[in-house]
Design a protein around this ligand. Structure first.
Ligand code: HEM
Length: 400
């Protein structure tokens, strides 16, 4: 990747949504980090930040870097969004403060802890079956199968039609990029998928004891309108599936390609929790999010104007040598807290306790039962404008 340093700001002609970039982003991340605290991406006329410090600073300064104009490439103030904007992710205070308070309460670690037993039981049952099977696809049979069971169960969504959940997430996360081939492909069957999703967001469609109906209890308490509650259920269904699917798949890949790290984990089961943070740092399932400036701002001597789009490379921040020692090494003993994969600041992932609980249940069960993983074929990537992960992950496991 060539970066022109002869002008008043580093300028790159790279397309961060091209197949080449998405397939192997790391050399490009390094080039952007080394070019400076902020880089101008010529093809889209946007700014990019790839260093830990600047990504973190932008995420924590919502008054300068807003979300209300969209957290993708598209500027909602200039073009109509493909769906009604999220009232939490794509919102700024004061609306965000109100909606966020409700979800923070419903998804707090303490509230989520009541799911622990169910999540563990489902994980044990699934891992028992896979140990029996010995060879399986780490994506379809595990990374997708598990969240697609436990998460909609927890939200209180009917069994019928759950095959729409992944395609919807694929639409949402591709839509944060440009209208390229990945976006077009994801949108091919958009109508029926969206219809199904919206039909699951009403009070009447939700089970009486799930996380979804709890959002409607906030309507009864006067905190939200009925429509807003439906929109927040939609947020669960947009953000809660693909993210964890890609995260669990990436974890399997990390352990299959670093078998000595699996041995360390098995010998130290107390590392199960922390090792997922290292997976998130090392192979971030969520690679990027955008912000839009609300006023001119100076970043490392470069002036960014008002109303400009800024692409934040969470995954590049996670391997910034200014922040991490041996950033390109996967090390389950590392203290990976401080990675940017869940974002940070007022929009920092509100569902992170759910993601952590899923990973703990799955990798806790695997650590008990599985001595080693082995790839039996070439894993295939599933390219996405925002997410990084796999389409297939052919695995063989050796049982304890
Ligand atoms: C490994 C799994 C996950 C990752 C990597 C992830 C990542 C993220 C990131 C980076 C953000 C911040 C976006 C921004 O700053 O613009 C975010 C926000 C959000 N996440 Fe997650 N997420 C995960 C799982 C989940 C789950 C399971 C749920 C639902 C239970 C969820 C619901 C949300 C919601 C509703 C927001 C918006 C919060 C706000 O704007 O205040 N996420 N997530």
């Amino acid at each position: 990747m060539s970066i022109d340093m002869t002008v008043d700001r580093p300028v790159s002609t790279i397309d961060p949504f091209s197949h080449g970039f998405l397939g192997d982003p790391y050399p490009h991340h390094e080039a952007m980090r080394e070019a400076g605290p902020v880089v101008w991406l010529e093809p889209y006329g946007i700014w990019a930040m790839a260093r830990h410090q600047e990504v973190r600073d932008a995420l924590t300064d919502w008054e300068t870097y807003c979300s209300g104009a969209g957290v993708g490439l598209s500027d909602f103030r200039k073009e109509p969004p493909w769906r009604p904007p999220s009232i939490i992710l794509e919102a700024d205070p004061p609306l965000h403060t109100r909606t966020r308070a409700v979800l923070t309460r419903i998804l707090s670690p303490a509230a989520i802890n009541v799911l622990r037993e169910t999540f563990a039981r489902e994980a044990d049952a699934l891992i028992d079956r896979l140990v029996e099977q010995r060879e399986f696809d780490g994506v379809a049979d595990l990374a997708e199968a598990y969240p697609l069971k436990v998460f909609p169960d927890a939200v209180g969504i009917s069994e019928q039609g759950r095959e729409n959940l992944m395609p919807y997430g694929t639409m949402v996360f591709n839509s944060f990029g440009p209208r390229n081939d990945l976006f077009d492909k994801a949108m091919a069957n958009a109508g029926p998928v969206r219809e199904w999703i919206m039909s699951k967001c009403s009070r009447a469609a939700l089970a009486p004891d799930g996380l979804g109906i709890k959002i409607f209890h906030a309507v009864d308490a006067g905190e939200l309108s009925e429509d807003e509650a439906g929109m927040l259920v939609r947020s669960f269904l947009s953000a809660g599936i693909d993210t964890t699917v890609y995260g669990l798949g990436n974890a399997l890949y990390c352990f299959a390609s670093n078998p000595e790290q699996w041995t360390v984990l098995r010998e130290n089961p107390n590392l199960v929790r922390g090792s997922f943070e290292e997976v998130l740092r090392f192979e971030s399932p969520v690679q990027t999010f955008f912000r839009t400036t609300t006023k001119p701002v100076d970043v490392g001597g470069v002036r960014i104007g008002d109303g400009e789009k800024v692409l934040l490379f969470l995954a590049a921040a996670n391997r910034d040598p200014r922040r991490w020692e041996r950033p390109d090494t996967f090390d389950v003993r590392r203290r990976a807290a401080g990675h940017m994969t869940f974002g940070t600041g007022i929009h920092g992932c509100v569902g992170q306790a759910v993601a952590r609980l899923e990973s703990e249940a799955i990798f806790g069960a695997l650590a008990k039962r599985v001595v080693s993983f082995e790839l039996t074929g070439q894993p295939e990537r599933r390219l996405n404008n925002t997410l990084r992960g796999f389409d297939t992950l052919p695995l063989r496991i050796k049982a304890a």
